[in-house]
Design a protein around this ligand. Structure first.
Ligand code: UGA
Length: 438
């Protein structure tokens, strides 16, 4: 099938590359000339395992190309995925100006051929209906709006897109649903995933509800970690004990400095704003946000309690990306934590295996960057682990101890085994697990 993808961020580009991979003819479009030119040369604008390979193959085999303007994309396509950004407004609501702008532009590009316009960006419930009304006011050309939320995770986006747990098709039109089934037939065939057909609003809600629920699960376990820190107990064993109950399940019960990234912080805020509008009550999701903010502060408090004051202390920070496997720094807990450290007068030397170029753009100039983990720890009063990159868990503990000025490790992601750190002679402070004091 001929498919267009408008907006080549994480979701759009992965969608475009994966749909080309399964045999469709895809034209991706982005307003950034630089991004489109890089993509034409096969270069992805961000780090995502396996994506370069798919883009290269799609380009070589003629199933994938990139444009800077919308008209040739619509002309090529039977269906156009809408993957533009939906960032947060200052009050937490989703900023839908890019979605509105694209709807208007799409209306101007339609012709006498029927098109399915697919809302893939995460949007508040009712957005699909509003888009349809906007387009219908501007043109009589035939089209339908479908909500088809994406559930891929950064770092495993290609795998997730090709092997989804479910495909949700929110549609009011049997004709559009048939097109969607055709688009996803190769993915369903290879993955055997469930296809859930519903109306547009319900599909929009499934996406927001899923992200809000996962964020709630993380804040719930971080709340348990707070209790463990205060009264004793080991949050990892509590999580294991909970996760063995099939109704709870073990995923997303890793305690730490909380969730970041381009999705959970934004989506929890936007869903809470909807709650306020419809019922005046967003207490549950506001508590999720509060616990998440507290998780970052708790790690700083642990370091401060060991060092008395952070002023003039050097902190070696390991990990900057919001999670391993990505160079994405959007809403990364490291940004908040490093800003607080600097505010209290600490000196920060940081290392991340892939996110340093992106981090340099966002972090204050005082932050120094190291060429490897041990260099970041060199002469530091404490190490802080903010992202659980696997290579940090493999660091030689004796070398780490030699590099540090004081053998203090504050582990915001519970990377190390408590007993090993005790045996290696560290003061080891992790999240919701027994502290080791030397
Ligand atoms: C998330 C969802 O998992 C995807 O299903 C969804 O498609 C995506 O948002 C989106 O809306 O586009 P992503 O943001 O890539 O995906 O990352 P996750 O793996 O979900 O992690 C989010 C954050 O939660 C990270 O900061 C991670 O460190 C944190 N986390 C995750 C925890 O603190 N504890 C956990 O147990 C799990």
């Amino acid at each position: 099938m001929n498919i267009g993808v408008a907006g080549l961020g994480h979701v759009g580009l992965v969608t475009a590359a994966c749909l080309a991979e399964v045999g469709h003819h895809v034209v991706g479009m982005d307003v950034s000339t630089e991004r489109v030119q890089d993509l034409r040369r096969g270069k992805a604008p961000f780090f995502e395992p396996g994506l370069d390979l798919l883009i290269g193959r799609g380009l070589r085999e003629g199933r994938l190309r990139f444009e800077e303007r919308l008209p040739p994309v619509v002309e090529h396509s039977d269906a156009v995925f809408i993957c533009v950004g939906t960032p947060s407004l200052p009050n937490g609501e989703a900023d839908l100006s890019q979605v509105e702008g694209l709807a208007v532009e799409l209306a101007g590009c339609l012709d006498d051929r029927y098109r399915v316009l697919i809302e893939k960006s995460t949007v508040p419930v009712t957005t699909g209906g509003r888009m349809f009304r906007t387009i219908a006011r501007l043109t009589e050309c035939r089209c339908d709006i479908v909500s088809n939320p994406e559930f891929l995770r950064e770092g495993s986006a290609v795998h997730d897109a090709l092997n989804p747990d479910r495909i949700v098709i929110g549609s009011a039109s049997p004709e559009a649903t048939t097109v969607m089934r055709e688009i996803y037939a190769p993915v369903v065939e290879r993955s055997g995933c469930v296809v859930l057909e519903t109306d547009v609003a319900t599909a929009e809600l499934i996406k927001h509800a899923s992200n809000a629920f996962l964020a709630t699960k993380i804040s719930f376990i971080n709340y348990i970690a707070e209790v463990c820190d205060a009264v004793g107990g080991d949050v990892e064993i509590v999580a294991r004990g909970m996760g063995l109950d099939q109704r709870i399940a073990p995923d997303f019960l890793r305690a730490g400095i909380g969730y970041g990234g381009s999705c959970f912080p934004k989506d929890v805020g936007a869903f809470a704003a909807i709650g306020e509008q419809v019922s005046g009550d967003s207490a549950l999701l506001r508590a999720v946000q509060d616990i998440n903010r507290r998780a970052m502060r708790r790690l700083i408090e642990k370091v401060r309690s060991e060092l008395w004051y952070l002023k003039d202390k050097r902190i070696g920070v390991l990990g900057l990306a919001f999670k391993p496997g990505t160079d994405d720094m959007r809403d990364a807990p490291s940004l908040t934590i490093i800003a607080s450290l600097l505010e209290e007068g600490a000196e920060v030397v940081a290392y991340d295996p892939v996110a340093m170029p992106a981090a340099k753009e966002l972090l204050p100039e005082q932050v120094r960057f190291a060429g490897d983990p041990l260099e970041a720890l060199h002469d530091a009063h404490a190490a802080m682990i903010l992202t659980e990159w696997p290579q940090f868990a493999e660091l030689d503990l004796a070398e780490m101890k030699n590099a540090l000025r004081l053998p203090i490790v504050a582990d915001g992601r519970n990377v190390f085994d408590v007993g090993r750190m005790r045996d290696a002679g560290f003061t080891y402070l992790s999240m919701g697990r027994p502290a080791v004091e030397q």
